[in-house]
Design a protein around this ligand. Sequence first.
Ligand code: SF4
Length: 332
Amino acid sequence: MSFASQLITWHHKHGRHHLPWQHSKTPYRIWLAEVMLQQTGVQTVIPYFEKFLSHFPDIQSLAQAPQSKVMIQWAGLGYYARARNLHKSAQIIIKQHQGVFPRNYIDIIQLPGIGRSTAGAICAQAFNLPYPILDGNVKRVLSRFFQINGWPGDKKIEQKLWLHSKNLTPQKEIAIYTQAIMDLGASVCTRVRPRCQHCPVQNNCLALKHNKVALYPVKRPKKIIPTKQTIMLIIHNRQNQIWLQLRPQTGIWGGLQSLPEYQNLADIPKRLSKKRQLGNTLKHTFTHYHLIIQPLFISSSAKYPLTRGRWFDLKNLDEIALPTPVKKICAK
Ligand code: SF4
């Protein structure tokens, strides 16, 4: 039996069949799920997926919504470029595809925020087209199955994995196969303690054969990431409001509201220098650096304490698209 047939047979009995995006399958729901799953685990995604759909049930409602409303539904899920790209893509679909999600790979991969693996997963799941995928789970399965000697993030190794993925992808039952290989990575060929004795492809897995499963996928070469510092101002007034500024569209937390930031105490405008009170620092880690946040509380009665930004009611915090660490600071 081929690799694909073994996985498909296994999936009928052991795969996941009750994920919210597996019901009422539409290209829109599949697209949304695939984008949310790009950097986030299934269990975290499920409530966000359902909440997002209740606000934006179709491409039209997403395209028409202001970006701030989209960001509110995404706040907390991280990697915010995904939400901005989703919104942009919905508008492109309305303008260029008459509001209908495109059915072919070339049009799909041209939408912002859709890479090769996401395009492949959408083609397979929504349209039954035989395109390979290579998400984190699949990289892990294939790295072990073929005992690939090299870190999957390395371009050459990634190309090798794509080739394997392509060769294994069947022409038929592609939607089930795609779901099966993702499920295998999520539930059997897991990052820690893989359950090889339950694996449908254990007889041909090279890492298992050589008793080296724990060594694959090869780890990323160690890199020390830098630490940056920032001061965040929590400017508060008697009406129980805080002053927030919209972040630029690009860069971290793009398109979210956030606290005003300064590199040094000396940079803070003089009119805000009185009655400052420091709080405990907070550490937040991004992929490329750690950020140490020093919160600084300031009471202000000014109508415009800074030129950029506006007052927001603290009681409405849940309705504002805020980065997670900023939400934590404000909640305190
Ligand atoms: Fe992964 Fe083990 Fe299956 Fe190999 S046998 S693919 S290591 S679960």
